[in-house]
Design a protein. Structure first.
Length: 427
């Protein structure tokens, strides 16, 4: 790392204290999000910056001028809240690395350079990035688009490409009744709370007998790093002679949804930039006498065909008695890594870290894909250079405290560089 910015380093203790207050709020809930937004509001009002709060997002504006740069953060989190705490050099809490603390560090970074910005910079604070990203969609319908923007929502480097993202929910159209004469009846099956996570717990009841499995949770964009408890349990149950409807539900999971490459479903594709398709079974529910439900998340590369994939998946689901209930789709995102916009960010980040940042294409998704490239360019930037592993959505989520200051510095340098470019192009 290069020599740290003394001004930002002097704010580190305050950032940690405020971060703990924010993480005490369960930002998976509307009440927690509102409480965290209120902290941002008080900070902006105290420091004299414009603060705007809408139903699904808020933003704080720094600087003046004709052009507009965006710093895109979110303060909603996935499920799994736990009381935040500091241990040794780490800050633990849900949202420590995704993305509450980065939003706070972005604020302090922009505050530190607010008098030197050559155009306006808006710190966007989304409230539903983890679910629909309707926050940024609604912002773009009401307010001007950012000419250039970054999303400090990664661990390190610059993300120039993101896989397409399709979330599908299926359900049976009528209640499931046990077949007559079945020796073993599947009475219920439950696993998962968020389709964006690999479920780490599954439980089933078979003719009054409880069967349970544990797995390992991780982000749905990297299912290979976790162990899907629903698949684990279904694989065990598929060896039993279950009632007809129970067997049909279990075999779907065990034989079709267990393959994270999507090959068993017939949706696999591959190319050199974004790699291969991935599949995650995020939720599964079956209750005897009620409807069955599954929710899956598919990440696909640039050459993937979402319409064809939907057709193939729906056909398989129909064979197992399930029909499409809802779909959420986000197209792949790609910015030429040789574009001057990306080159300028490389230089800015190098000023902070002392190293040339790596360029990445990922399976995860950020706000950047929502920015229309006819109006502006956007990439995600890494801000966690001291934290050993990117642990978003995992148990005991944490960030190295030194990375809070690194994030603030990276955002400050990038904002200065992009504001200069936008101001120059606006003259």
């Amino acid at each position: 790392m290069s020599r740290p910015d003394n001004k930002i380093q002097s704010m580190k203790k305050e950032m940690v204290e405020i971060a703990l207050e924010m993480l005490k709020n369960n930002n998976y809930t509307a009440t927690g999000i509102a409480a965290t937004i209120n902290i941002f509001k008080k900070l902006a009002e105290k420091d004299g910056f414009t603060f705007v709060d809408e139903e699904k997002y808020a933003f704080i504006e720094f600087g003046q001028g004709q052009g507009l740069v965006g710093v895109l953060n979110h303060i909603d989190v996935v499920d799994g809240w736990f009381p935040p705490y500091v241990k040794e050099s780490k800050l633990y809490g849900r949202g420590a690395i995704d993305n509450v603390v980065q939003a706070l560090a972005s604020y302090f970074g922009l505050k530190s350079v607010s008098n030197s910005l050559l155009c306006r910079v808006r710190l966007f604070l989304g409230k539903c990035e983890e679910t629909t990203m309707q926050d940024l969609e609604e912002y773009l319908q009401k307010y001007e688009c950012f000419h250039l923007s970054i999303s400090p929502d990664s661990d390190r480097g610059i993300i120039y490409a993101e896989k397409g993202n399709m979330t599908l929910e299926f359900e049976s159209l009528q209640s499931n009744e046990a077949s007559n004469g079945a020796k073993i009846v599947l009475e219920s099956f439950h696993s998962g709370t968020s389709v964006n996570m690999v479920p780490d717990h599954a439980i089933a009841y078979l003719t009054g007998v409880k069967v349970e499995t544990r797995g390992s949770s991780t982000h749905s964009s990297t299912p290979e790093l976790g162990e899907n408890a629903a698949v684990k349990l279904a694989t065990i149950l598929d060896t039993m002679q279950l009632d007809r409807n129970g067997s049909r539900f279990i075999s779907l999971i065990s034989q079709k949804l267990s393959d994270i490459s999507g090959k068993k479903l017939g949706i696999f594709s591959n190319e050199k930039v974004l790699g291969s398709t991935t599949l995650n079974l995020g939720r599964a529910k079956y209750v005897l006498g009620e409807k069955a439900e599954v929710a899956i998340n598919v990440r696909y590369p640039l050459n993937g065909n979402p319409h064809k994939m939907l057709e193939v998946i729906s056909k398989t689901m129909k064979h197992h008695g399930l029909f499409l209930k809802s779909i959420k789709h986000k197209s792949p995102h790609f910015v030429d890594p040789n574009h001057p916009f990306v080159k300028s960010l490389i230089g800015a980040i190098c000023q902070v870290t002392g190293e040339t940042p790596d360029l990445f294409a990922i399976g995860g998704g950020t706000y950047c894909r929502k920015i229309p490239q006819t109006k502006g360019l956007s990439v995600a930037v890494g801000v966690c250079y001291q934290t050993e592993s990117y642990n978003a959505h995992q148990q005991n989520e944490y960030i190295e405290i030194d990375d809070i200051a690194v994030c603030a510095e990276v955002v400050a340098k990038c904002a200065l560089e992009l504001a200069s470019i936008v101001n120059r192009d606006s003259i």
